[in-house]
Write a protein that binds this ligand. Structure first.
Ligand code: UD1
Ligand code: CA
Length: 453
């Protein structure tokens, strides 16, 4: 049985932010939510989050169900933080997994391995360690023989010689709670920071074993904005490598960002400067980008998207989008459509094989199949108070610079003359012309010139 405790009471001074550190986001998810995610596969029996600085904000931001919050009203160190658990874990006989709230890159496998090593060796504590090229700022871990921990010394308490040790404490531990419970009340703050160190409790029980993390990037803590940006880069690299291994071509990977929630099929090509976010699914054969943003959208097979923005929309197979199109508000584009240059679709459904090729705005509109929307066709869908629908039948064509004043319905096989402002419904098989007749006055210009002279 395992209980998880996450240390999230600190302010995170170096972020220089009004937002508590653990609520800063990495790839759209808060640091503390990511830490919670990394332990979820262990199915903890309880999840305790220790809060202090801006406790109310932290509590309301954590959406994960079944969290218990424990308040540490003054922050006197990591040992002091864990002391706050004493009344909550009275009589508990299992293991306690402790993690800092600022290590968002942990892999669940690492946590599983830590717990397994702990339980197989019947350790009092098992701590996660790493060998860092630059161990500055971290507590150093000194082991005897293989992995039996002798001492943990905080950076600020290290002698010059001790600072040379590159094996560091990741701040992630598995404790046999019954042992920790006994030593916790006796911690002292005899150290450079005058804090109660959890690391002091570690060396007061035995046996204590250290387990190295395979990839030290996993345990990097976020203390400032620079580290937040580096963590994002590491996260992105992991995601891109995963999709490339699954058969996705990413041209110029460093210019592309992909959320973990995105799904890509094989033989998708992602061109440079493309960003895929939220619950987006892109099916096989698509070419996305360059210069595109797709968020919370479903893209069917063999779609091409060029320099365009698509949010909350569904695009069926073989559609061509862009350059410079914007689909939003649950736009739905049928198979084989073309949505071209400077076209905006909002809450609009296009039947299959429909073209909206140039300079149009369709809002709250529905078209049939094989419709041709002429260049510069605009729906007047908003009267300043309410939005109104426009319906367009199969095979209908609007001329250039048509304005459709909604609510309005065009039947099947309708033609709208260019430059028309349509205010009334047009039945099937009709031509509608709604514009002034042209007047041509012969000789008008020369007459005007003469009269001036
Ligand atoms: C801690 C470890 C250090 C380790 C490092 C790894 C101790 C004494 N040192 O140092 O050995 O190498 O983590 O990142 O534990 N917190 C509270 N309440 C407090 C103090 C801190 O909840 O009173 C929380 C912070 O919000 C943070 C975590 O504990 O999430 C770690 O605190 P921090 O001050 O960053 O510890 P480090 O100095 O980094
Ligand atoms: Ca830290």
């Amino acid at each position: 049985m395992v209980v998880v405790a996450i240390l999230a009471a600190g302010r995170g001074t170096r972020m220089k932010s009004n937002l508590p550190k653990v609520l800063h986001t990495l790839g759209g998810r808060s640091l503390v939510a990511r830490v919670l995610d990394s332990v979820e596969p262990l199915s903890p029996s309880r999840r305790l989050v220790i809060v202090g600085y801006q406790a109310e904000e932290v509590k309301s931001a954590i959406q994960t169900p079944n969290i218990e919050f424990v308040e540490q009203t003054v922050q006197l160190g990591t040992g002091h933080a864990i002391q706050q658990l004493l009344p909550h874990l009275e009589g508990y006989k299992g293991d306690l997994l402790v993690l800092n709230g600022d290590v968002p890159l942990l892999r669940p496998e690492t946590m599983k391995n830590l717990l397994q090593t702990h339980q197989e060796n019947q350790n009092a504590v098992t701590i996660l360690t790493a060998h860092l090229p630059d161990p500055k700022g971290y507590g150093r871990v000194f082991c005897n023989g293989e992995n039996v921990v002798q001492q943990i010394v905080e950076d600020k308490d290290c002698t010059a010689a001790q600072k040379q040790n590159c094996r560091i404490n990741a701040g992630i531990y598995c404790f046999r709670w019954q042992d920790l419970e006994k030593v916790l009340p006796h911690l002292e703050a005899n150290n450079a920071q005058k804090e109660y160190y959890l690391t002091d409790a570690v060396t007061q029980v035995s046996p204590v074993m250290a387990v190295d993390v395979e990839d030290f990037q996993e345990i990097l803590g976020i203390n400032d904005r620079l580290q937040l940006a580096s963590a994002y880069e590491i996260l992105q690299q992991r995601i891109r490598e995963k999709w490339m291994a699954a058969g996705v071509t990413i041209i110029d990977p460093s210019s592309v960002t992909i959320d973990e929630t995105v799904e890509l099929q094989s033989d998708v090509i992602i061109e440079p400067q493309t960003h895929l976010r939220g619950n987006t699914v892109i099916q096989t054969g698509c070419r996305i980008g360059p210069g595109s943003l797709i968020e919370n959208s479903q893209i069917g097979e063999n779609v091409k998207v060029l320099f365009s923005v698509i949010t909350d929309s569904i695009v069926q197979a073989t559609v061509r989008i862009g350059p410079y199109a914007h689909l939003r508000g649950h736009a739905q584009v049928g198979e084989g459509c073309r949505v071209g240059n400077f076209v905006e679709l909002k809450n609009t459904t296009l039947g299959s094989k429909t073209n909206v090729a140039h300079l149009s705005y369709l809002g709250d509109a529905t078209t049939g199949t094989k419709v041709n929307i002429g260049a510069g066709t605009i729906t007047g869908n908003y009267d300043g108070v309410n939005k109104h629908p426009t319906k367009i039948g199969d095979r209908t064509a609007t001329g250039s610079n048509t304005v459709l004043i909604a609510p309005v319905t065009l039947g099947n096989d309708v033609y709208i003359a260019a430059g028309s402002t349509i205010t009334e419904d047009v039945p099937d098989d009709c031509l509608a012309v709604a514009r002034e007749r042209q007047i041509v006055k012969p000789g008008w210009v020369s007459k005007k010139r003469e009269s001036r002279e």
